[in-house]
Design a protein around this ligand. Sequence first.
Ligand SMILES: [Zn+2]
Ligand SMILES: [Zn+2]
Length: 267
Amino acid sequence: MIVDYHMHLRNGRGEIAHETSAVEPFVEAARAAGVDEIGFTEHVYYFRQTRSLWTVPYQTERCVYDLEPYVDAVVQARGRGLPVKLGLEVDYVPGREEETRELLAPYPWDYLLGSVHFIDGLGVDGEPRLLDAVGVEEAWRRYFETLASAARSGLFDSLSHPDLVKIFGERARAFDYEPVVAAIAESGVAVEVSTAGLRKPVGELYPHPDFLAACRARGVPVTTGSDAHSPDVVGRDFDRARELLRSVGYETVTVFERRQGRQEPLG
Ligand SMILES: [Zn+2]
Ligand SMILES: [Zn+2]
C-alpha cells in the first residue's frame, strides 16, 4: 500500500479550489504515480471557523475561506468511491489545545496532521525567521520541545515534516532526538516521512534517518506525504521515502479512516 497523506487542494493555476472538480486531477496523478490512496490536508489557518486561534499575520491574512466547501468537496469524492481521505494540516498552538479540539470536532476527518510552522510568532520555515531571531541551537531546542508538546496534546494522528527546522540546512550540533521521540512514542501519534524536504534548501527527506530509526525502535507508526500543492507533485520521490523507511526497518504504513489507524504492508 502506498499512501500520499499530505497535499493541498488547488486548481490548475495553483489557486485554492475547494471543489470536487479540483480533486479529480489529484486522483488521476496519484494513479499515474502508483499511489493507492491520497489524503487532502489543507492548512487549518485558511478557514475562518478557526480564526480565534491565529495571531501571526501570515495566518490571519489567509483566514478567509469557509471550511464547509472544503469538507464537502473531499467527502463527496470519498462518497463516490475515489481513493481519497479527508484530512487537515493543523498548526499546533500551545495552550489552545481544547479550543483547537472543539473547533475541529464537528467534521468527519479521516486524520489530522500536526505541524509546527510558528513558535512565539516566529517562522520555522518562513518570515520572520526563528533561526535568525534565536540562533540555530535555540531554534532546534524550541522546535523539538514544541513538537513534543504537539505529540502529547493528543490532537493529532500524524506529525507532518517532523524535523522541519532543518529546512534551510542549518543544524544544531550533535542533537539528541531521544526526548522528542520518547514523547511521540508515549502519545501514540504517527510521524510523516515527507519528500518535501528534497525540494527545499536542505535537500533531504524529513525526518533525518537517526530520528526515524529512533521512532522505529520505539514502535512509532508512520505515514508518507509529498506536501503537493499541485497534482504533478503527488507521490514525488516516494521511492526515496520507501527506501529510507525500509533502511530503518519499517514494513508497514498507517492507513487512516475516521481517525482510526491500521497498519498495511508498505508498498
Ligand atoms: Zn507544513
Ligand atoms: Zn503542507
